[in-house]
Design a protein around this ligand. Sequence first.
Ligand code: DAH
Length: 338
Amino acid sequence: MNDKLQLLKGEATHAIEASDTLELLEALRVKYLSKKGEITQIMSEIRNVAPEDRPLFGQQVNELKTYVEQALYDKKQVLEDRKLLTVLETEKIDVTLPGYQLYSGSIHPLNQVIEDLEDFFIGMGYQIADGPEVETDYYNFEMMNLEKDHPARDMQDTFYINDELLLRTHTSPVQARTMLKMHGQPLKIVCPGKVYRRDDDDPTHSHQFMQMEGLVVGKNVSLANLKDALLNMAKHLFGPDRDIRLRPSFFPFTEPSYEVDVSYIKKDGTKGYIEVLGSGMVHPNVLKMGGYDPEVYSGFAFGVGIERIAILKYNIDDIRHFYLNDLRFLNQFKGEIQ
Ligand code: DAH
């Protein structure tokens, strides 16, 4: 091997040994082996070599090239292993450290009641319907047979956005919306949601609360069907030994109308009744406005107060508990339904 090659070999060996990062090693690869690299370039010097020595020279340059390639490769392995070890060392996870305790939330008791009722009614062939909380006077009142000066509007004073827009006072407008959507087809729906009244908050009143409306329209829908649906609902909610009582009442959107009471056993062992919802047979005007011929179709409807059900079910003494977000209250309802 001629001196120059010998020198280059020694220098490259030394430099490769001394480089301690992958970046430095790459720089050496470029220095020796790239197109303009020193070993690549040396090949062009073959011109100056005597013709008979050229094969040997070529062979020696190639050997040097292979040698440097191998040296670079070996060193690269060493540096990569070292790098991996450092990463493993510095990113080591101590699996024995205790983890953070994650607190899981739970479904709000009012939503638990709603989900339970939805399941029950879906099982009975109902569909879930929805409507806006910012409602028009037209759907909230007029379509429910409460025209502009109807005295029963006084019972449902609410928050007005302007003369025509308001926060809905009940879920009943969803009845009208769904009837119009169904274009005269029979329907069975329940619609849960928030409603608003301009009430001062106290243990039994909240300016915002929840209702679930039920509506069934079809041929030959009777009061017996209404009673059956409500009795089954009461038994589902409060237990199989409950029964219900219908008391005549008045709602502009039903005729006849009823308050529905559910039975309970008093402390002295006698039977009492407690009011839980309003209901009735859909008023012919409401059917007509909804696109149904009241001579052919009939229907029943009911409106349940969700807070009222939850209060009775869980023995709660103040409706405001539902809305204060106090975890001491809410954590009691991390029940079966999660
Ligand atoms: N909308 C009534 C209210 O908020 C409740 C109600 C009563 C709904 C009778 C009904 C019904 O669908 O038939 O006071």
